[in-house]
Design a protein around this ligand. Structure first.
Ligand SMILES: [Ca+2]
Length: 373
Protein backbone atom coordinates (compact mmCIF):
# COMPACT_ATOMS: atom_id res chain seq x y z
CA UNK A 1 0.00 0.00 0.00
CA UNK A 2 2.75 2.38 0.90
CA UNK A 3 4.29 2.02 -2.54
CA UNK A 4 1.38 4.01 -3.92
CA UNK A 5 2.71 7.04 -2.09
CA UNK A 6 6.29 6.78 -3.23
CA UNK A 7 6.00 9.39 -5.95
CA UNK A 8 7.30 12.91 -6.09
CA UNK A 9 5.00 15.89 -5.85
CA UNK A 10 5.29 16.95 -9.44
CA UNK A 11 3.74 13.71 -10.66
CA UNK A 12 0.32 14.95 -9.55
CA UNK A 13 -1.90 17.72 -10.83
CA UNK A 14 -3.87 20.09 -8.64
CA UNK A 15 -6.55 17.44 -8.00
CA UNK A 16 -3.81 14.86 -7.28
CA UNK A 17 -4.46 12.96 -10.47
CA UNK A 18 -1.36 11.12 -11.60
CA UNK A 19 0.58 12.83 -14.40
CA UNK A 20 2.69 10.27 -16.28
CA UNK A 21 5.75 12.42 -16.78
CA UNK A 22 9.19 12.46 -15.31
CA UNK A 23 11.12 15.66 -15.47
CA UNK A 24 13.75 17.72 -13.83
CA UNK A 25 12.58 21.23 -13.05
CA UNK A 26 16.10 22.57 -13.01
CA UNK A 27 19.42 21.22 -14.16
CA UNK A 28 22.71 22.94 -14.71
CA UNK A 29 25.88 24.04 -13.07
CA UNK A 30 24.21 25.96 -10.24
CA UNK A 31 23.11 24.24 -7.05
CA UNK A 32 19.38 24.73 -6.48
CA UNK A 33 18.03 24.47 -2.93
CA UNK A 34 15.02 25.42 -0.81
CA UNK A 35 12.44 25.34 -3.63
CA UNK A 36 8.96 26.78 -3.17
CA UNK A 37 6.13 26.20 -5.61
CA UNK A 38 2.57 27.47 -6.10
CA UNK A 39 -0.29 26.50 -8.43
CA UNK A 40 -2.37 29.12 -10.24
CA UNK A 41 -5.97 28.80 -8.97
CA UNK A 42 -7.34 30.18 -12.25
CA UNK A 43 -5.26 27.83 -14.41
CA UNK A 44 -4.04 24.66 -12.66
CA UNK A 45 -1.66 23.89 -15.54
CA UNK A 46 0.33 26.99 -14.56
CA UNK A 47 2.83 26.58 -11.73
CA UNK A 48 5.66 28.81 -10.57
CA UNK A 49 8.73 27.56 -8.73
CA UNK A 50 11.37 29.72 -7.07
CA UNK A 51 14.64 28.38 -5.64
CA UNK A 52 17.91 29.58 -4.20
CA UNK A 53 20.61 29.12 -6.83
CA UNK A 54 24.24 29.08 -5.82
CA UNK A 55 27.23 29.20 -8.14
CA UNK A 56 29.55 28.11 -5.36
CA UNK A 57 29.97 31.65 -4.11
CA UNK A 58 26.79 33.78 -4.42
CA UNK A 59 23.10 33.08 -3.93
CA UNK A 60 20.51 34.34 -6.40
CA UNK A 61 16.82 33.54 -6.86
CA UNK A 62 15.98 31.23 -9.75
CA UNK A 63 12.38 31.61 -10.94
CA UNK A 64 10.69 29.07 -13.26
CA UNK A 65 7.18 28.66 -14.67
CA UNK A 66 5.27 25.98 -16.50
CA UNK A 67 2.07 26.13 -18.58
CA UNK A 68 1.63 22.36 -18.99
CA UNK A 69 1.45 21.04 -15.42
CA UNK A 70 5.18 20.71 -15.17
CA UNK A 71 6.04 18.86 -18.39
CA UNK A 72 8.19 21.82 -19.44
CA UNK A 73 9.68 24.58 -17.31
CA UNK A 74 10.95 27.95 -18.48
CA UNK A 75 13.50 29.94 -16.52
CA UNK A 76 13.25 33.70 -16.04
CA UNK A 77 16.68 35.16 -16.70
CA UNK A 78 18.20 37.70 -14.34
CA UNK A 79 15.36 37.39 -11.85
CA UNK A 80 17.43 38.61 -8.92
CA UNK A 81 20.88 39.86 -8.09
CA UNK A 82 23.36 38.27 -5.75
CA UNK A 83 22.81 37.78 -2.06
CA UNK A 84 19.14 36.82 -2.27
CA UNK A 85 17.55 33.88 -0.49
CA UNK A 86 14.49 32.20 1.03
CA UNK A 87 11.99 32.69 -1.85
CA UNK A 88 8.26 32.11 -1.34
CA UNK A 89 5.61 32.07 -4.09
CA UNK A 90 1.87 32.76 -3.94
CA UNK A 91 -1.02 33.43 -6.33
CA UNK A 92 -3.97 35.63 -5.54
CA UNK A 93 -7.51 34.46 -6.50
CA UNK A 94 -7.27 36.34 -9.82
CA UNK A 95 -4.14 34.40 -10.77
CA UNK A 96 -1.69 37.24 -10.13
CA UNK A 97 1.60 35.73 -8.94
CA UNK A 98 3.96 37.04 -6.28
CA UNK A 99 7.51 35.99 -5.42
CA UNK A 100 9.05 37.37 -2.23
CA UNK A 101 12.64 36.91 -1.09
CA UNK A 102 15.19 38.35 1.29
CA UNK A 103 18.57 39.96 1.06
CA UNK A 104 20.42 39.61 4.35
CA UNK A 105 23.21 42.02 3.45
CA UNK A 106 20.63 44.73 2.60
CA UNK A 107 18.38 43.80 5.58
CA UNK A 108 15.38 43.87 3.23
CA UNK A 109 12.60 41.81 1.68
CA UNK A 110 11.87 42.23 -2.01
CA UNK A 111 8.99 41.08 -4.14
CA UNK A 112 7.94 40.93 -7.78
CA UNK A 113 4.49 40.56 -9.33
CA UNK A 114 3.43 38.76 -12.53
CA UNK A 115 0.14 39.14 -14.41
CA UNK A 116 0.99 36.62 -17.14
CA UNK A 117 1.56 33.21 -15.51
CA UNK A 118 5.14 34.03 -14.51
CA UNK A 119 6.42 34.92 -17.98
CA UNK A 120 7.17 38.56 -17.13
CA UNK A 121 7.62 40.24 -13.78
CA UNK A 122 7.40 43.70 -12.27
CA UNK A 123 10.63 45.38 -11.29
CA UNK A 124 12.07 44.41 -7.95
CA UNK A 125 10.33 46.32 -5.15
CA UNK A 126 11.45 46.54 -1.52
CA UNK A 127 8.78 45.59 1.00
CA UNK A 128 10.66 47.35 3.74
CA UNK A 129 14.13 47.81 5.13
CA UNK A 130 15.62 47.39 8.60
CA UNK A 131 17.78 50.36 9.58
CA UNK A 132 19.60 48.94 12.61
CA UNK A 133 22.78 47.10 11.70
CA UNK A 134 22.13 44.80 14.65
CA UNK A 135 18.79 43.60 13.29
CA UNK A 136 17.95 41.50 10.27
CA UNK A 137 15.16 39.54 8.60
CA UNK A 138 14.85 35.80 8.12
CA UNK A 139 12.57 33.01 6.89
CA UNK A 140 9.68 34.89 5.26
CA UNK A 141 6.34 33.26 4.48
CA UNK A 142 3.60 34.59 2.24
CA UNK A 143 -0.18 34.09 2.10
CA UNK A 144 -2.91 35.97 0.26
CA UNK A 145 -6.51 36.47 1.37
CA UNK A 146 -9.14 34.71 -0.79
CA UNK A 147 -11.58 37.62 -0.35
CA UNK A 148 -11.36 41.29 -1.33
CA UNK A 149 -10.99 44.01 1.27
CA UNK A 150 -13.10 47.17 1.33
CA UNK A 151 -10.91 48.74 -1.35
CA UNK A 152 -11.20 45.81 -3.71
CA UNK A 153 -7.73 44.37 -3.08
CA UNK A 154 -6.62 41.02 -1.72
CA UNK A 155 -4.68 41.48 1.53
CA UNK A 156 -1.17 40.05 1.29
CA UNK A 157 0.24 38.66 4.53
CA UNK A 158 3.94 38.25 5.24
CA UNK A 159 5.32 36.49 8.32
CA UNK A 160 9.02 36.49 9.14
CA UNK A 161 11.56 36.44 11.95
CA UNK A 162 13.26 39.66 13.00
CA UNK A 163 16.68 38.68 14.32
CA UNK A 164 19.14 40.53 16.54
CA UNK A 165 22.90 40.25 16.59
CA UNK A 166 25.32 42.13 18.84
CA UNK A 167 28.66 40.34 18.56
CA UNK A 168 26.61 37.13 18.42
CA UNK A 169 22.89 36.41 18.18
CA UNK A 170 20.72 37.67 21.04
CA UNK A 171 17.80 35.27 20.93
CA UNK A 172 15.91 37.13 23.66
CA UNK A 173 15.21 39.79 21.04
CA UNK A 174 14.10 37.48 18.24
CA UNK A 175 10.51 38.21 17.18
CA UNK A 176 8.17 36.62 14.65
CA UNK A 177 6.14 39.37 13.02
CA UNK A 178 3.12 39.35 10.72
CA UNK A 179 2.49 42.34 8.48
CA UNK A 180 0.08 42.87 5.61
CA UNK A 181 -0.32 44.95 2.48
CA UNK A 182 -3.87 46.21 1.95
CA UNK A 183 -3.32 47.28 -1.68
CA UNK A 184 -2.06 44.02 -3.20
CA UNK A 185 1.52 45.12 -2.67
CA UNK A 186 1.26 48.12 -4.99
CA UNK A 187 2.71 50.37 -2.30
CA UNK A 188 3.08 47.56 0.23
CA UNK A 189 3.15 50.04 3.16
CA UNK A 190 3.24 47.24 5.72
CA UNK A 191 0.54 47.17 8.38
CA UNK A 192 1.50 45.37 11.62
CA UNK A 193 -0.79 42.45 12.43
CA UNK A 194 0.86 40.33 15.13
CA UNK A 195 4.16 39.86 16.95
CA UNK A 196 5.39 36.74 18.75
CA UNK A 197 8.20 37.59 21.15
CA UNK A 198 10.76 35.41 22.89
CA UNK A 199 10.14 34.15 26.42
CA UNK A 200 12.66 33.49 29.19
CA UNK A 201 13.08 29.99 27.81
CA UNK A 202 12.14 29.98 24.11
CA UNK A 203 12.58 32.12 21.03
CA UNK A 204 10.38 31.95 17.91
CA UNK A 205 11.67 31.05 14.45
CA UNK A 206 10.46 29.44 11.22
CA UNK A 207 6.93 30.80 10.92
CA UNK A 208 4.24 29.73 8.46
CA UNK A 209 0.97 31.55 7.77
CA UNK A 210 -2.33 30.80 6.03
CA UNK A 211 -5.53 32.79 5.36
CA UNK A 212 -8.92 31.13 5.82
CA UNK A 213 -12.00 31.49 3.61
CA UNK A 214 -13.39 34.26 5.84
CA UNK A 215 -10.17 36.29 5.70
CA UNK A 216 -9.11 35.01 9.12
CA UNK A 217 -5.42 34.21 9.50
CA UNK A 218 -3.53 31.55 11.43
CA UNK A 219 0.16 31.61 12.25
CA UNK A 220 2.41 28.78 13.40
CA UNK A 221 6.06 28.85 14.40
CA UNK A 222 8.71 26.85 16.23
CA UNK A 223 9.64 27.76 19.79
CA UNK A 224 13.32 26.85 20.07
CA UNK A 225 15.13 26.57 23.38
CA UNK A 226 18.03 28.88 24.19
CA UNK A 227 20.53 26.14 24.01
CA UNK A 228 23.38 25.19 26.28
CA UNK A 229 23.62 21.95 24.35
CA UNK A 230 25.79 23.75 21.82
CA UNK A 231 27.34 26.64 23.82
CA UNK A 232 29.27 28.20 20.94
CA UNK A 233 27.74 31.64 20.33
CA UNK A 234 27.94 30.97 16.61
CA UNK A 235 25.56 28.08 17.02
CA UNK A 236 22.54 27.86 14.81
CA UNK A 237 21.42 24.51 16.20
CA UNK A 238 18.81 25.03 18.89
CA UNK A 239 16.43 22.27 19.91
CA UNK A 240 12.75 22.55 19.06
CA UNK A 241 10.60 22.44 22.19
CA UNK A 242 7.13 23.61 21.14
CA UNK A 243 5.02 24.41 18.12
CA UNK A 244 3.19 27.69 18.70
CA UNK A 245 -0.13 28.57 17.04
CA UNK A 246 -2.13 31.81 16.91
CA UNK A 247 -5.47 32.49 15.17
CA UNK A 248 -6.96 35.92 14.48
CA UNK A 249 -10.44 34.84 15.65
CA UNK A 250 -9.02 34.12 19.12
CA UNK A 251 -6.31 36.79 19.25
CA UNK A 252 -5.46 36.69 22.96
CA UNK A 253 -4.51 33.01 22.97
CA UNK A 254 -1.29 31.29 21.95
CA UNK A 255 -1.58 27.52 21.72
CA UNK A 256 1.57 25.52 22.50
CA UNK A 257 2.29 21.90 21.57
CA UNK A 258 5.36 20.27 23.15
CA UNK A 259 7.59 18.38 20.75
CA UNK A 260 11.25 17.55 20.25
CA UNK A 261 13.98 18.36 17.75
CA UNK A 262 14.89 15.78 15.13
CA UNK A 263 18.43 14.99 14.15
CA UNK A 264 21.79 15.10 15.89
CA UNK A 265 23.68 18.31 16.74
CA UNK A 266 26.90 18.29 14.74
CA UNK A 267 29.55 20.88 14.06
CA UNK A 268 29.78 22.25 10.54
CA UNK A 269 32.20 25.04 9.63
CA UNK A 270 32.45 26.20 13.24
CA UNK A 271 28.66 26.20 13.59
CA UNK A 272 26.38 23.59 15.07
CA UNK A 273 23.48 22.24 13.03
CA UNK A 274 21.00 19.40 13.38
CA UNK A 275 21.53 16.65 10.83
CA UNK A 276 20.17 13.26 9.74
CA UNK A 277 21.37 10.56 7.37
CA UNK A 278 24.61 9.90 9.24
CA UNK A 279 25.12 13.64 9.66
CA UNK A 280 25.00 14.33 5.91
CA UNK A 281 21.72 16.25 5.72
CA UNK A 282 20.92 19.44 7.62
CA UNK A 283 17.33 19.39 8.89
CA UNK A 284 14.90 21.58 10.78
CA UNK A 285 11.62 21.05 12.58
CA UNK A 286 9.80 24.20 11.46
CA UNK A 287 6.04 23.90 10.96
CA UNK A 288 4.22 24.23 7.64
CA UNK A 289 0.60 25.31 7.50
CA UNK A 290 -2.32 25.12 5.07
CA UNK A 291 -6.09 25.65 5.16
CA UNK A 292 -9.07 23.86 3.68
CA UNK A 293 -10.98 26.68 2.00
CA UNK A 294 -14.17 24.58 1.88
CA UNK A 295 -14.31 24.13 5.67
CA UNK A 296 -12.03 26.83 7.11
CA UNK A 297 -10.00 24.19 8.97
CA UNK A 298 -6.25 24.78 9.27
CA UNK A 299 -3.60 22.04 9.32
CA UNK A 300 -0.01 22.25 10.57
CA UNK A 301 2.65 19.63 9.96
CA UNK A 302 6.23 19.32 11.20
CA UNK A 303 8.92 16.74 11.89
CA UNK A 304 9.41 15.90 15.56
CA UNK A 305 11.41 13.29 17.41
CA UNK A 306 9.83 10.10 18.77
CA UNK A 307 11.93 6.97 18.81
CA UNK A 308 12.84 8.24 15.33
CA UNK A 309 11.92 11.39 13.40
CA UNK A 310 8.16 11.31 12.66
CA UNK A 311 5.67 13.57 10.88
CA UNK A 312 3.05 15.20 13.12
CA UNK A 313 -0.18 17.05 12.43
CA UNK A 314 -2.30 19.67 14.21
CA UNK A 315 -5.86 20.53 13.16
CA UNK A 316 -7.62 23.67 14.27
CA UNK A 317 -9.82 26.71 13.84
CA UNK A 318 -10.66 29.59 16.18
CA UNK A 319 -10.16 28.50 19.77
CA UNK A 320 -9.87 24.78 19.08
CA UNK A 321 -6.51 23.29 18.12
CA UNK A 322 -5.64 19.64 18.66
CA UNK A 323 -2.88 17.25 17.76
CA UNK A 324 -3.86 14.30 15.60
CA UNK A 325 -2.25 10.90 15.38
CA UNK A 326 1.11 11.12 13.60
CA UNK A 327 0.97 11.18 9.82
CA UNK A 328 3.86 8.75 9.76
CA UNK A 329 5.58 7.18 12.77
CA UNK A 330 7.16 4.31 10.88
CA UNK A 331 10.76 3.19 11.48
CA UNK A 332 13.47 5.36 10.02
CA UNK A 333 13.36 9.13 9.84
CA UNK A 334 10.55 11.14 8.28
CA UNK A 335 11.22 14.85 7.83
CA UNK A 336 10.76 18.04 5.75
CA UNK A 337 6.97 17.82 5.40
CA UNK A 338 5.06 20.14 3.13
CA UNK A 339 1.29 20.32 3.27
CA UNK A 340 -1.55 21.51 1.04
CA UNK A 341 -5.29 21.15 0.42
CA UNK A 342 -6.57 20.90 -3.15
CA UNK A 343 -9.63 22.93 -4.22
CA UNK A 344 -11.83 19.84 -3.82
CA UNK A 345 -10.70 19.38 -0.22
CA UNK A 346 -8.02 16.68 -0.37
CA UNK A 347 -5.37 17.22 2.29
CA UNK A 348 -1.92 16.02 1.30
CA UNK A 349 1.31 15.78 3.26
CA UNK A 350 4.52 15.23 1.33
CA UNK A 351 7.74 14.40 3.16
CA UNK A 352 11.04 12.62 2.97
CA UNK A 353 11.44 9.19 4.52
CA UNK A 354 14.55 7.11 4.93
CA UNK A 355 12.22 4.09 5.04
CA UNK A 356 11.46 4.44 1.32
CA UNK A 357 13.69 3.56 -1.54
CA UNK A 358 12.50 6.67 -3.36
CA UNK A 359 13.06 8.71 -0.22
CA UNK A 360 9.81 10.66 -0.57
CA UNK A 361 6.35 9.83 0.72
CA UNK A 362 3.00 11.31 -0.19
CA UNK A 363 -0.06 10.86 1.96
CA UNK A 364 -3.44 11.92 0.56
CA UNK A 365 -6.27 12.44 2.99
CA UNK A 366 -9.13 11.62 3.06
CA UNK A 367 -9.12 10.11 -0.45
CA UNK A 368 -6.71 7.19 -0.74
CA UNK A 369 -6.14 7.68 2.95
CA UNK A 370 -4.26 5.65 5.43
CA UNK A 371 -6.26 7.49 8.06
CA UNK A 372 -9.54 9.39 8.01
CA UNK A 373 -9.43 12.69 9.84
CA1 LIG B 1 10.05 7.57 12.11
Amino acid sequence: MQDEYQNIFAHYDIYWNYIPVNFTVVSGAMAQVEPHLAINPTNPSNLICAVIENDGYFNTIGCYYTLDSGANWIKINNFSGSGMGDPVVAFDPDGVAYVLYQNISMRSFFFRRSYDFGESWSSEEAVFHIDSAKENLDKPWLAISPIRNNNGYFDIYLSYTQTYDDNGPDFSKYTVRVIKSVDSGISFNPVPVKSIVATDTFFPQGSSIAVGPGGDIALSWAFLEYSDVVPNKESVGHPLKEIGVWHSNDPSTIHKFPTAQIGVAVKEQNKFIYALKEQTMKVDSYPRMTVNNLTGTFYISWAGQNSSADIFLIRGEGQNWTTLAPVDSSPGDQFFPTISVSPNGVLSVLYYSTANDNFVSLLNLPDNSRRNL
